[in-house]
Design a protein around this ligand. Structure first.
Ligand SMILES: [Zn+2]
Ligand SMILES: [Zn+2]
Length: 801
């Protein structure tokens, strides 16, 4: 009945097709079942799925499949995140165009058209790992639906007074020519020079300032020394002259000047770092903006105009040297903030940006974090620490051509801000016109050319997905669970909480499931540049999706897991063992109609009781997202208790039915049927293909459910718990192991009989026949025995060949 071996290539493809065709995982909005909704992370369409994806999405899918079998109606969408830089690059490459040379509307159209072709190919990889989403609930974050929701979020927050526009110093990438967020910065350690520069002062001697950025000299607005620093007492209140200019700046006392750092005197430029911004605000200083958006110095830098920061640094140092203004230079290694995406040093520039005002809501967000269940719990501290360390409001505008447009017009005459009507969303203000005149009467407008930061949209995924079913929106949002990796807690997760709290005072989800990373075999992060990338597509080709998922289930939620090929082999062996055990059972259960007998033999009671325990703990583990423990317990039970012992013990009953009573046969058949079906179900979230194959080939006829994945999760049955039988069965196993050992020590094959075994324990009386038949013992009895002791129960045995 079951073919001799399991053909994973054929099987996996077959069932993936079957699930789609039969709509096995289709969400039914009319269902009366409680809904379990998942805020599936939308990956960015670029290249192909990487191992980390296959790792974390598998873990998410374990939970989804478990919940479905537990009786929930799954709302399990799939979207892609396509309004950022990666998408621009992908489409430009694919189509041979330049986004900035096209009208934005046209480029968005082209993106959507390209995604229609590229998207399904990309998503295929997710289907191949066996994800059980409802693929028809699909969105891309640049489509009309998402643009509308994202722009509506902007309008709502603006109207609530939570969005403001301000010209302010902010993090700027001169390479990408856009503002960036705090989270997009990456620390980069670099060698640099600490330059000690001498400035003339209004007292007789010069003051020495140490800096790594001498090129900002033309933007120096103040000099600070610590009031307790004796070296500089006489300078406080005097003035210093800026070299190569006629400007003079005040020398002030400020506690934040560190006497131990450099020369102890610091110069305040606009802007070298965020301290400079704080000082500017503290002393109400007007900044000198010497840098343009492309990172070059402007006319305010005098003769250094047109130079990049790097070139200006060398030129200024040269000039300082000529005038004898350099005391010394020191080589140092320091940490520089760079743009994560392009590696360019971040500057701080005054630009006009949109902000969501939220620094005043820190406590609300901290409280929100406590209101959700985090799995694993310790991950919440990352969220808390991030909030505590927040320094700036959320800058949501980006100076990019492509993205969700900021839905705002400015009146050319009076500068008034005009917003579109909600019913007209989505709009592109650089092309669409407002329907009304400004209150000054003018009809001349300038559309905001900026776009929203991609996180301003992806922070709305729960609302985006739920809004696809407007009639039951309230049942889908807030969602049951957000799964995601730990590295984006500070932005995707946090920003989603921000939006949800600001819009509706609700948490976006009840539970948060945080997965770790897949690492290379040495425990290092995989990256293309390191050349240590392992591709899941190759693994699936070679081993199949089930072993890949089996591997992904080996790590505790939240933990990183080094990739080991041997884990795939273990997964593969598990599949083979499961197949063979099923094949054996099917052979003996041909035509069997499952009916629970009134009476069970002791050994059947033993396995049923053990199985019930496994079902109980597996369910509890899964409820806490601890799929790795469910898998470990079930695997151990299946491999050792069920295959190594139970199947061996019942062989005689199954092969020699005639020498047993009917109730004993009824007992073994039911037990075998029930135990195997339960094992398949327990493993089905982890290895969905092989379990479906066995289910369809044998169990479906009697169980009736169209798929194992929509069948009922095994229920804990207290009436099957039998502590006495468990002990007796374990003793039998202990004795069998001992006799096996005896046979192997004496080079007797398992099939060969042995003469005598005397067991010094009358507790095993009910399973004596099983021990005898399993080990082919000609004479077995209970009585005083001299000889070896069993390992666990220390039962004395006397064995004769
Ligand atoms: Zn950049
Ligand atoms: Zn106006």
């Amino acid at each position: 009945m079951l073919p001799k071996s399991y053909d994973f290539k054929k099987s996996e493809k077959k069932w993936q097709k079957f699930w789609v065709k039969e709509k096995t995982f289709k969400f039914d909005p009319k269902s009366k079942k409680p809904i379990y909704s998942i805020d599936t992370p939308p990956p960015t369409v670029s290249g192909k799925m990487h191992l980390g994806h296959s790792f974390s999405y598998s873990q998410l899918d374990f939970v989804a499949r478990f919940k479905r079998m537990r009786g929930f109606e799954l709302f399990y969408p799939f979207g892609t995140d396509d309004n950022g830089l990666a998408t621009i690059r992908m489409v430009e490459q694919e189509k041979g165009v330049k986004g900035t040379e096209m009208r934005r509307k046209e480029f968005i159209k082209l993106v959507l058209k390209t995604l229609k072709v590229v998207g399904p190919k990309y998503v295929k990889d997710w289907k191949k790992i066996g994800m059980s989403c409802d693929w028809s609930i699909y969105y891309t974050t640049i489509n009309e639906h998402c643009r509308r929701i994202s722009q509506k979020s902007f309008l709502d927050l603006y109207k609530a007074g939570k969005i403001y526009r301000k010209r302010t110093p902010f993090l700027w990438c001169p390479e990408c020519q856009t503002s960036i967020a705090q989270v997009e910065m990456k620390d980069h350690e670099r060698e640099s020079k600490f330059v000690y520069m001498k400035f003339d002062t209004s007292v007789s001697k010069p003051i020495t300032i140490a800096t790594t950025r001498p090129e900002l000299l033309p933007a120096c607005v103040m000099i600070y020394v610590n009031p307790r620093d004796k070296r500089y007492k006489e300078f406080i209140g005097t003035k210093a002259k800026i070299p190569f200019s006629s400007r003079e700046v005040d020398i002030k006392a400020d506690e934040s000047a560190d006497p131990e750092f450099g020369s102890g005197a610091v110069y305040h430029c606009t802007f070298g770092d965020m301290d400079d911004v704080e000082w500017m605000e503290k002393y109400k200083i007007k900044p000198i903006e010497i840098m343009n958006k492309d990172g070059r110095l402007n006319e305010k830098a005098g003769k250094y105009k047109g130079m990049t920061a790097h070139r200006a640094r060398n030129a200024i140092m040269e000039d300082l040297r000529k005038e004898g203004r350099i005391d010394k230079t020191e080589k140092i290694t320091h940490v520089v903030n760079t743009h994560e995406r392009c590696g360019t040093d971040i500057e701080i520039l005054m630009t006009e940006q949109w902000f969501i005002s939220y620094l005043d809501l820190k406590n609300k967000f901290l409280k929100a974090g406590k209101g959700m269940k985090w799995f694993p719990t310790y991950m919440r501290s990352r969220y808390d620490n991030w909030i505590k360390g927040l320094k700036w409001d959320w800058n949501i505008s980006r100076q990019r051509h492509f993205g969700v447009p900021i839905p705002v017009w400015f009146c050319e005459k009076c500068g008034e801000i005009l917003l579109p009507d909600e019913k007209d969303l989505p709009v592109d203000p650089t092309e669409d016109r407002p329907h009304k005149a400004c209150k000054c009467g003018s009809r001349k407008f300038r559309g905001d050319p900026d776009v929203l930061d991609t996180w301003a949209t992806s922070s709305l995924t729960p609302q985006i997905a739920a809004a696809l079913f407007p009639k039951i929106y309230g049942r889908l949002y807030p969602m049951s669970m957000r799964p995601q990796a730990h590295d984006i807690i500070t932005f995707w997760l946090f920003n989603t909480v921000v939006k949800s709290q600001m819009h509706s005072n609700l948490n976006p989800w009840n539970d948060i499931m945080i997965s770790g990373w897949a690492l290379d075999p040495k425990g290092k992060k995989m990256s293309k540049s390191k050349g240590n990338v392992i591709e899941p597509q190759e693994i699936i080709e070679k081993y199949g999706a089930d072993p890949l998922r089996f591997w992904a289930s080996g790590s505790k939620l939240g933990d990183d897991l080094p990739f080991q090929e041997k884990d795939l082999i273990t997964g593969k062996k598990f599949s083979t063992k499961l197949w063979n055990a099923s094949r054996f059972a099917m052979m003996h259960l041909k035509g069997y109609k499952p009916k629970r007998p009134r009476r069970f033999t002791e050994i059947d009671k033993w396995i049923l009781s053990k199985l019930s325990n496994i079902i109980k703990v597996s369910t509890e583990f899964f409820d806490r997202y601890e799929y790795s423990k469910t898998k470990a317990e079930t695997e151990k039970f299946f491999w050792h208790t069920f295959c190594d012992y139970y199947l061996e013990i019942v062989k005689d009953r199954l092969y020699n039915k005639g020498s047993y009573e009917k109730w004993e046969i009824d007992s073994v058949k039911y037990t075998l049927y029930y135990a195997l079906l339960s094992i398949l179900k327990l493993m089905s979230p982890i290895t969905p293909h092989i379990t479906e194959e066995v289910y369809q080939l044998y169990f479906r006829k009697s169980e009736r459910d169209k798929s194992i994945h929509i069948s009922k999760w095994p229920e804990f049955d207290n009436s099957l718990i039998d502590h006495k039988a468990e002990k007796v069965g374990d003793m039998a196993v202990d004795i069998i192991a001992s006799v096996r050992k005896f046979k192997s020590e004496n080079s007797i094959s398992l099939a060969e009989p042995i003469k005598y075994v005397t067991i010094d324990s009358d507790q095993v009386k009910p399973v004596l026949r099983e021990i005898q038949k399993t080990m082919r013992i000609e004479n077995i009895k209970i009585g005083k025995a001299k000889g070896r002791e069993t390992e666990n129960f220390k039962i004395k045995l006397e064995i004769m060949k």
